[in-house]
Design a protein around this ligand. Structure first.
Ligand SMILES: Nc1ncnc2c1ncn2[C@@H]1O[C@H](COP(=O)(O)OP(=O)(O)O)[C@@H](O)[C@H]1O
Ligand SMILES: [Mg+2]
Length: 334
């Protein structure tokens, strides 16, 4: 079991309020991603859950037990950091089993648990190696192995893939998702990368200045962002935001439309656009265009549109996919 409840969790450092007050229920077995810009309080919130920081106010419950005053080791959680801090002189097997050895577990039992973790992480052939003889991705897997053998109620990951190159990040993303599918243990994963959040999470929690802007399933946030902050943060390339007359026409001071929800035509349409940059990805093309009275917009076309800089195109936003925002940034339906 690994249900985690945050009730009025608040954190201040001296007079600086980092977490004004967070309420959140993390269901047992879920994969929850805390995402938000650098400095928004993701690591602080994770460290509060881990017990590495004391709360300024509020309570933390794990499986309905109040653990607010419990030391980190008593909470039954395992944390994996960006810097994996392996012991360089120890083998992979000893690195994975070190915590169990320190806890006084008998050797045969440690060996069994290490073998199980290694199998989960495709490290079986590397158990006799030392960290210096491993790739970055393998080292990160050893760090995860160390967390697995402790059989925690929940795993806490703090930007575990940030040190890896782009291709390896995608691969490790899949491996962590697969790991979650086999272990079915609660995972809380911190990242500033909204693509990681979208692809890995059951529940995304978008943080901004220590506040939860929105929490929900990835597609829920993508399709129904509650406010401008979430609308702009989730999705790549980002949602087009339009203000002024062309937004008023749709009944709001500010409207948003995603690049893939704009119809492109050659002859006529709602907005006349001049192509400025064409990015061909093969599967699709992103056009960066200028529209009088609107500014620069990003539009996605399937395949290759054959457009080039300087071309004139016409754009029509899909009315069913328009997002409308009040002056304070809250989304509303017409
Ligand atoms: N020990 C500390 N003392 C003072 N300020 C801190 C401390 N730890 C974090 N902060 C501040 O809290 C804010 C949130 O930090 P952090 O949780 O690390 O953000 P994130 O992980 O989202 O990038 C930052 O402004 C940071 O400077
Ligand atoms: Mg951080």
């Amino acid at each position: 079991m690994g249900k985690i409840n945050l009730r009025g969790v608040r954190k201040t450092f001296a007079e600086i309020v980092v977490i004004p007050g967070v309420d959140l229920e993390i269901p047992d077995g879920s994969f929850v991603v805390f995402v938000g810009p650098s400095g928004c309080g993701k690591s602080t919130l994770l460290r509060l859950i881990a017990g590495l920081e004391d709360l300024s106010d509020g309570r933390i419950l794990i499986d309905d037990q109040d653990v607010t005053d419990f030391a980190p080791a008593k909470r039954g959680l395992s944390m994996v950091f960006q810097s994996y801090a392996l012991y360089p002189h120890m083998t992979v097997a000893n690195n994975i089993g070190f915590g169990l050895k320190m806890a006084g577990m008998p050797k045969p039992e440690i060996a069994k648990k290490v073998a199980y973790a290694a199998k989960m992480l495709n490290l079986t052939d590397y158990l006799a190696r030392r960290p210096g003889q491993l790739s970055g991705g393998q080292r990160q897997r050893v760090a995860i192995g160390r967390a697995i053998v402790r059989e925690p109620k929940a795993f806490l990951f703090d930007e575990p893939l940030s040190n890896l190159d782009a291709a390896l990040r995608v691969q490790m993303r899949l491996e962590i998702t697969r790991l979650h599918q086999s272990l079915k243990t609660t995972m809380i994963y911190v990242t500033h990368d909204q693509v990681e959040a979208m692809t890995m999470a059951d529940i995304i929690v978008v943080l901004n200045r220590g506040n939860i802007e929105q929490a929900g399933a990835p597609m829920e946030l993508y399709e129904n962002p509650r406010n401008l902050f979430v609308a702009k943060f989730i999705g790549s390339p980002t949602m087009n935001i339009i203000e002024g007359d062309k937004a008023q026409k749709h009944g709001a001071p500010t409207i948003g439309i995603r690049p893939e929800h704009i119809k492109i035509t050659r002859d006529a349409g709602e907005w006349q656009a001049r192509v400025s940059i064409v990015e061909r990805l093969g599967s699709d093309t992103f056009l960066y265009v200028d529209v009088d009275g609107v500014g620069q917009l990003t539009v996605r076309a399937e395949g290759d549109l054959g457009a080039k800089p300087g071309d004139t195109l016409f754009l029509t936003p899909d009315p069913a996919r328009l997002h409308r925002f009040k002056p304070d940034g809250e989304a509303f339906k017409p």
